[in-house]
Design a protein around this ligand. Structure first.
Ligand code: SAM
Length: 462
């Protein structure tokens, strides 16, 4: 829609050309309604009809949209040589603020009408948003009432209320939210590109305020490290706490870090840890994690490994983000010292670009001969050509009988829609043929899934 700017003809007082305004003014003179052509706080003009409606001082009434009276007072005709009949307010001026605010209100009405017209979405989707908003509105209202009552209570009562809410209310709330998220996923799969853009706008206008109460969602949107999925977001998912300054905010937070995709993140932590523990006692093992983030699966491994077997393990933890590496280092070195382990760590600030181009010493990693390489939470951001190149290089880094696993959210990932609609978290999803397409020629491979079939894992052996 064309934005209607207020055009002022600065003569002495701002004068508004009605043809440029979103609001229409008319004036009743001698019992007849005339369309106003331009208006200011001192007077107005109408298109000349040959005979002037009044020639002496008379009362007039000014209306907007021909129905609402906004001014009543006396006017006098201004003698003028033009096609316009001009009149001057003589009893009192017309408030300039009123003219400008009428214009603003009319513009809001026009823009809402225009955005409603642009949305070519099925009525079922609009009904779905009404239901979702209705549900969130009521849950929030009850939670806010509870918080209000708890305000004056001692800390232990507040704490036990949180425990009770989490035990009794959260499971029901969670199931409802998952059902909404899956319904959204169903709509999203059928939308055209244009419909999707409209649907995201409408979703955000309707319900995003509720999702934004969650610190997890706010962090996704704010991207304090410059990208989504940073190590702190991963830590929030792994820690699975209730965080937030109100009961509703905590419920929304807990829901987000338990969505299907978050469950799948915790699943892979167990998957990689078990895999590495199974390598204990089989001789020296060089392991690389590409885009390691907080490396929580390595922390679990260190907590569980027999200290006597730990000396066989060398870890190469690679990430583009120095902060992620520092956070991983603090945690892992702490466990190593506490448990008196002998494993070795290399924290390498390298990006996928470095690995592909062999720059910044990434090329030297090809000489190590890895027994196991894994990467999760990275391929979902790589285009197919970049993912293929990286997979080819990593497969070359393996020593004979070594294996690598790369994970990727698959096209069944029902959380994808809610993440994108509520927080703009973009992911590149892959189906089975796209995962198999990454395998270098002649390499053995298998595909695995997690419990909810949210992530596909491609395993390649040398
Ligand atoms: C979603 S987290 C996954 C972390 C970890 N693998 C896990 O599963 O907990 C993504 C990590 O990938 C890193 N990353 C993103 N793009 C990268 C790139 N192009 N090169 C290297 N690391 C990257 C980020 O810094 C972040 O730590």
């Amino acid at each position: 829609m064309k934005s209607v700017a207020i055009k002022r003809q600065e003569v002495r007082l701002p004068r508004y050309l009605v043809s440029e305004l979103a609001v229409k003014f008319s004036v009743e003179l001698n019992g007849i309604l005339y369309a106003i052509r331009d208006i200011s706080e001192s007077g107005f003009s109408v298109e000349s009809r040959g005979v002037a409606p009044i020639t002496s001082r008379r009362s007039c009434r000014i209306f907007v949209e021909e129905t609402t009276l906004v001014y009543e007072g006396e006017v006098e005709r201004v003698p003028r040589d033009s096609e316009l009949d001009a009149y001057m307010f003589v009893s009192k001026p017309l408030s300039r603020n009123l003219i400008e605010n009428l214009e603003k209100a009319a513009f809001i009405k026009q823009s809402v009408e225009a955005s409603m017209e642009n949305v070519e979405l099925p009525q079922a989707f609009k009904n779905f948003l009404i239901d979702l908003r209705h549900y969130l509105f009521h849950v929030k209202q009850r939670c806010d009432e509870l918080d209000q009552k708890l305000r004056v209570e001692p800390f232990d009562i507040k704490e036990s209320s949180n425990v009770a809410i989490e035990a009794v209310f959260f499971p029901w709330f969670f199931d409802k939210m998952i059902a909404f998220s899956q319904t959204l996923h169903g709509f999203d799969r059928k939308f055209t590109k244009e419909q999707k853009a409209s649907a995201i706008t409408l979703f955000r206008e309707s319900v995003q305020e509720f999702y934004l109460t969650s610190d997890f969602v706010s962090r996704i949107i704010a991207r304090p490290r410059g990208y989504v999925g940073d190590y702190e977001m991963m830590n929030e998912i792994y820690d699975n706490n209730s965080v937030g300054s109100s009961t509703f905010a905590r419920l929304m937070y807990k829901y987000g870090i338990n969505e299907m995709s978050s469950q799948s993140v915790r699943y892979r932590r167990g998957l990689f840890c078990k895999r590495m523990l199974a390598m204990a006692g089989k001789g020296p093992m060089a392991i690389a994690s590409i885009a390691c983030g907080p490396a929580r699966e390595v922390a679990d491994f260190l907590a569980a490994i027999d200290p006597k077997a730990s000396g066989d393990f060398s870890f190469y933890l690679i990430d583009q983000d120095q902060e992620a590496l520092l956070s991983a280092k603090r945690r892992l070195v702490d466990i190593k010292l506490n448990r008196q382990l002998n494993c070795e760590f290399h924290f390498l600030p390298l990006s996928v670009k470095d690995i592909i181009s062999g720059s910044n010493s990434a090329g030297a990693l090809g000489q190590i001969g890895f027994n196991f390489i894994y990467s999760a939470g990275l391929y979902d951001y790589l285009t197919q050509p970049a993912a293929k190149l990286l997979t080819g290089i990593l497969a070359e880094w393996l020593q004979p009988h070594g294996s690598m696993i790369v994970g990727n959210y698959n096209t069944q990932n029902s959380t994808h829609a809610i993440s994108e609609y509520s927080a703009g978290w973009p992911l590149i999803l892959r189906d089975e043929p796209e995962m198999v397409d990454l395998v270098p020629a002649g390499r053995r491979h298998e595909l695995h899934w997690d419990d909810n079939k949210i992530n596909i894992y491609l395993e390649i052996r040398k």
